[in-house]
Design a protein around this ligand. Structure first.
Ligand code: GCU
Length: 337
């Protein structure tokens, strides 16, 4: 009788183990979830690009991975998403180079006003080999850049037309959280208000800030065109968005898997460039015709003069950016001929 009493719980345990122990075929269907995070709406080129990325992975490695793309800062704004990418909770994040300044001074370069003399020079640098040396400069943070996305040219927009630096005196202008962006606004005689991208619409609407600066897409995709009247082409920065990936995740991939992820990354890059070029044309038309935004030319040379010392100061404080500045100058030289 005592033997029977012991045997029953043991039997129960065996049945439980049998039912819930993963079988070899279960193990085969267990997929690794790959989370991608960015702060743009779902019609933005960044999102379109990452859907192409997801499609490639899901079609080639769908038995092992499932890629999910979270836009609209659903997993947190760029700063928070990067923190989650450090721990591996998020695998991929798209963020601007301004957000990476906190992890590597090299990315501060892109916040230097008028760094590139034109779009051709910017593309030449971004497509070259030298910029790739920057990619792993955030390794200390546990992530690395894998490619770049075009994010156009940044200019100021506000309720009033900004044509020259003096027009900005005393204005409160939102900037991306980074010391160089703050320095730029201060040198123009305005007050810098660093804040996350998602807070800008309400801050403009409520008058907490008088203006902001971004590419034209911000007018339509996140609707800033509803709350400003003038977009002034002073064209102070060309800052790419970077796609960064958690290092532990990249290292966990087999060579074969890594090759497919690299292909998907290249597809995303190409898709983004095409989508960007198409959308920027469309956006200007929509902002002008449907949102009544007036696009004006600013005195670019006057802005350049005021901002000129920022480059030298940054180089003095961060001599490691020297070789990159030399390469940028080379690209500028070649493209302005
Ligand atoms: C652009 C850029 C974003 C960035 C945003 C900002 O939209 O693509 O990555 O977050 O500017 O001003 O914060």
């Amino acid at each position: 009788m005592r033997q029977k009493l012991f045997a029953f719980p043991i039997l129960l345990l065996l049945v439980f183990c049998f039912l819930f122990m993963p079988s070899p075929s279960d193990a085969a269907v267990t997929k690794t979830m790959v989370r991608v995070s960015h702060g743009q709406p779902e019609d933005h080129p960044d999102h379109v690009a990452m859907l192409a990325f997801a499609e490639h992975i899901n079609s080639k490695l769908g038995d092992r991975f499932e890629v999910k793309v979270y836009g609209n800062a659903l997993l947190g704004d760029s700063k928070n998403a990067l923190e989650l990418c450090q721990t591996g909770a998020i695998n991929y994040v798209i963020c601007s180079t301004s957000n990476l300044e906190a992890y590597s001074k090299l990315y501060g370069l892109f916040s230097i006003p008028y760094l590139f003399s034109n779009k051709e020079a910017y593309f030449k640098f971004m497509d070259g080999d030298v910029v790739k040396n920057m990619y792993n400069s955030t390794n200390r943070g546990g992530f690395t850049a894998v490619t770049w996305f075009d994010a156009g040219v940044r200019s100021f927009y506000a309720q009033i037309p900004i044509k020259k630096p003096e027009d900005m005196k005393g204005m409160k202008i939102r900037v991306q959280p980074s010391p160089l962006n703050v320095a730029m606004i201060q040198s123009l005689g305005a007050g810098a208000v660093p804040m996350g991208f998602g807070e800008v619409y309400t801050a403009l609407q409520q008058g907490t800030i008088d203006g902001a600066e971004n590419n034209e897409l911000a007018l339509t995709t996140v609707k800033h065109g509803e709350v400003v009247k003038y977009y002034s082409y002073d064209m102070h920065q060309m800052q790419p968005d970077m796609l960064v990936a958690n290092n532990m995740f990249l290292e966990s991939l087999t060579d074969e898997e890594r090759a497919v992820f690299d292909e998907a990354t290249e597809i995303a890059h190409q898709v983004e460039l095409v989508a960007w070029a198409e959308q920027v044309e469309e956006t200007i038309k929509t902002a002008r015709e449907k949102m009544n935004v007036t696009f004006i030319e600013a005195d670019v040379a006057a802005f350049q003069r005021v901002c000129a010392p920022i480059r030298e100061n940054y180089l003095k404080e961060n001599p490691e950016v020297g070789p990159y500045l030399e390469e940028i100058d080379r690209c500028n030289g070649e493209s302005s001929q």
